[in-house]
Design a protein around this ligand. Structure first.
Ligand SMILES: Nc1ncnc2c1ncn2[C@@H]1O[C@H](COP(=O)(O)OP(=O)(O)OP(=O)(O)O)[C@@H](O)[C@H]1O
Ligand SMILES: [Mg+2]
Length: 367
């Protein structure tokens, strides 16, 4: 069991690319931390430095109390599962799992016990004699995880381990990895660009962009209190709506004024927004916080806007309404029974308790 900490870690490649730019994270013992971000943001580089496959240009990496900057990968007591499982094609499942243990001179009986234990955990006992080409993608994935488990490492690292699987298998394996964490109680660091995986698996999510951690917090806090417009837009599906406008004040009440419509801001946000009166801001609201007035219980003239419904997407359990007013376009997720007529005016209610405001210049959250 171990905690992992990265202190002021930089990775600059020879050509001047700042792949990782001053990253600080402390990963607790037994924690499941997800590194989430778009392609090229530095997730794999960060993970590879923890594994010892790459080395920081600056900063320190600790595993437990041990500074590991100069410790080679094989001595770090870490196991990594990669996106392309990289199984040895000529070896059986058993031998694939036993391989790293043989290299480390484990006794035959110890290897056998560990391989059988891991295959039991992963439900692949009946596959031990097969070669990788005789396995489905999901089964290969399990073997790759098995290879990591047999080593009983201090820390597991996963780099997009599910991205080669089809959608259904991804969901299945996601749950398997969740169960595995509960069972093994080992520190895990998991890289993905899939926000659903991040939300469902992580004890905490570190959202990365351009080599920097934008926010590191529990899934719910990242969802409810995103630190920036980037985080707000990256987590959630469909994503948060962003509408441009300005804060105005009328008789000591603040409003968000988008020209074509105006909504009243709740008083508990006044303190943080008062410096923005008369200035442009970005108003953020999630699709599930916008309701058709016919289905809403908290409609008032000051949170209700008449908009045009351009498209209704029927999802089965819910509908996605694509709405517009003037130049503003936004999406509402509503109940399946709620199907406004296309092209007609519909009164929509914004739940202003769930409103977010972002600074137009820094794109940081104001409230
Ligand atoms: N060996 C290298 N030499 C130069 N630049 C590199 C090298 N490896 C990675 N990079 C650059 O560093 C940045 C971060 O790469 P990294 O692989 O960490 O991204 P990532 O977040 O894992 O992306 P993805 O989701 O596509 O896997 C990218 O801009 C990439 O082009
Ligand atoms: Mg990567």
């Amino acid at each position: 069991m171990a905690q992992v900490s990265l202190r002021n870690v930089f990775k600059t490649y020879k050509d001047g690319v700042n792949a990782v730019n001053n990253v600080n994270i402390g990963i607790e013992n037994k924690e499941f931390l997800v590194l989430l971000g778009p392609s090229g943001c530095g997730k794999s580089t960060t993970l590879r430095m923890i594994a010892g496959l790459d080395f920081p240009t600056q900063g320190e990496i600790y595993i437990g109390d041990r500074l590991v900057n100069h410790v080679p990968a094989k001595d770090r007591d870490i196991a990594m599962v990669f996106q392309n499982y990289a199984l040895y094609p000529h070896l059986t499942v058993y031998d694939n799992m036993a391989f790293a243990l043989k290299l480390r001179n484990y006794s035959k009986s110890d290897i056998d016990r560990r391989v059988r234990e891991a295959s039991e955990i992963l439900g692949i006992k009946n596959l031990l004699d097969r070669k990788p080409r005789q396995l489905s993608g999901g089964e290969r994935q399990r073997v790759a995880v098995g290879r990591a488990i047999v080593r009983k490492p201090l820390v597991f690292l996963f780099d997009e381990p599910l991205s080669n699987l089809d959608a259904k298998m991804r969901v299945l394996m996601r749950t398997e990895i969740h169960k595995l964490h509960l069972r093994l109680q080992t520190t895990m660091i998991y890289v993905t660009h899939d926000q659903t995986e991040a939300m469902t698996l992580g004890d905490r999510i570190a959202v990365m962009k351009d080599g920097k951690i934008q926010q590191c917090d529990t899934p719910l806090n990242v969802y409810d209190n995103p630190a920036s417009k980037f985080v707000a837009g990256f987590i959630g599906s469909p994503p948060m709506n962003f509408l441009n406008g300005a804060i105005i004040e009328k008789e000591k009440t603040l409003y968000f004024d988008a020209k074509e419509f105006k909504v009243r801001i709740l008083e508990d946000m006044n303190a943080k927004l008062k410096d923005y009166v008369g200035k442009r801001v970005i108003f953020g609201i999630r699709p599930e916080n916008i309701f058709d007035k016919l289905f809403a219980s908290n409609a008032t003239p000051e949170n209700t806007v008449t908009v045009i419904c351009d498209v209704v997407e029927t999802m089965g359990a819910e509908n996605h309404l694509y709405l517009s007013i003037g130049d503003h376009n936004f999406v509402a997720v509503v109940e399946a029974a709620n199907k406004p007529a296309i092209g007609s005016g519909v009164e929509m209610v914004f739940d202003m308790r769930k409103a977010h405001f972002f600074d137009v210049n820094t794109e940081k959250s104001i409230v």
